[in-house]
Write a protein that binds this ligand. Structure first.
Ligand code: ZN
Ligand code: ZN
Length: 282
């Protein structure tokens, strides 16, 4: 289990390209992908599935079975509407095999869909660029912000104005908290410039050296670190979390390659979703 603290958020889970990816955000009670199961994930009642590859949803049956065992309510599962048919067939097949109810609260999403989660927390789905239909997810808070013309006023002045003008003092703004984009080409950063400013950007970076050059990485719909360098000066995130590395690179080699390649300013804001130690655990 990998644990990483980024700003106010605690991430835990695992991610190894082609093998398994599941990343829980503990504070928000949600899970990105279910390519792996851990009992700790039972506290996540909201699940986002990026696409239908087994390394991203292969452990869904285990998760649903365990939730049944613990008497947990049906989880809310957001997934690409493009895979709705086979997705439900998979759930039904698990139900037939287990012979008990594995119901879920299913929310198929199209790119651009926005749905309220809880309180001021929202999710927006966006298109990612992979070999099969896939989605990224942006979590944002819709908050009231003092309009620019009133900023700089003293507290008592704001209170007085609020009594006179009420809500007209404020405007609604979307504050992007976390964006998750895996199994995608880097062009997602051109199509979704909002995520360049997300507080935390969790982004795949599957390949890192010349053994799989960018042209080869792109054929599978993946990012090479060379691609990332092109966008480095545009990434304004407080925290960049790189994940979904290929097992062609050991954790030790990944740390070394990333620290050599990323510019210092970005490197200081970058965390690697990697296990401790030099090798991938068996
Ligand atoms: Zn993958
Ligand atoms: Zn994939």
């Amino acid at each position: 289990m990998i644990r990483l603290k980024v700003g106010p958020y605690s991430l835990r889970g695992t991610s190894l390209g082609g093998i398994h990816t599941a990343i829980q955000v503990e504070e928000l009670g949600l899970l990105f992908d279910v390519g792996y199961f851990s009992r700790g994930f039972l506290s996540a009642d909201t699940i986002f599935i990026s696409h239908g590859h087994a390394d991203h949803l292969g452990a869904l049956g285990t998760l649903l079975g365990a939730r049944g065992l613990y008497g947990k309510p049906p989880p809310k599962i957001f997934f690409p509407a493009a895979i709705e048919g086979p997705f439900f067939e998979t759930i039904h097949a698990f139900q037939k095999l287990q012979r008990y109810d594995l119901s879920i609260d299913a929310v198929p999403m199209e790119p651009g869909d926005e749905i309220q989660l809880q309180g001021d927390l929202w999710v927006r789905a966006f298109r990612t660029f992979h070999s099969i239909p896939s989605l990224g997810f942006e979590l944002f808070r819709r908050v009231q912000k003092l309009k620019a013309e009133y900023q700089g006023l003293q507290g008592h002045e704001i209170r007085q104005l609020r009594e006179e003008r009420g809500a007209a003092l404020f405007e609604e703004v979307d504050r992007s908290e976390i964006a998750y984009a895996t199994d995608t080409l880097a062009r997602v950063l051109d199509h979704e410039p909002r995520i360049l400013k997300s507080r935390v950007l969790i982004l795949e970076c599957t390949f890192l050296d010349a053994r799989k050059p960018p042209s080869e990485a792109h054929k599978g719909g993946h990012i090479h670190i060379e691609d990332l360098l092109i966008y480095a000066h545009r990434l304004e995130n407080e925290h960049l979390v790189l994940m979904h590395f290929s097992q062609a690179h050991s954790p030790e080699a990944i740390r070394e390659l990333v620290s050599k390649r990323l510019p210092q300013d970005l490197l200081e804001r970058t965390s690697l979703f990697l296990p401790q130690g030099r090798h991938w655990p068996l």
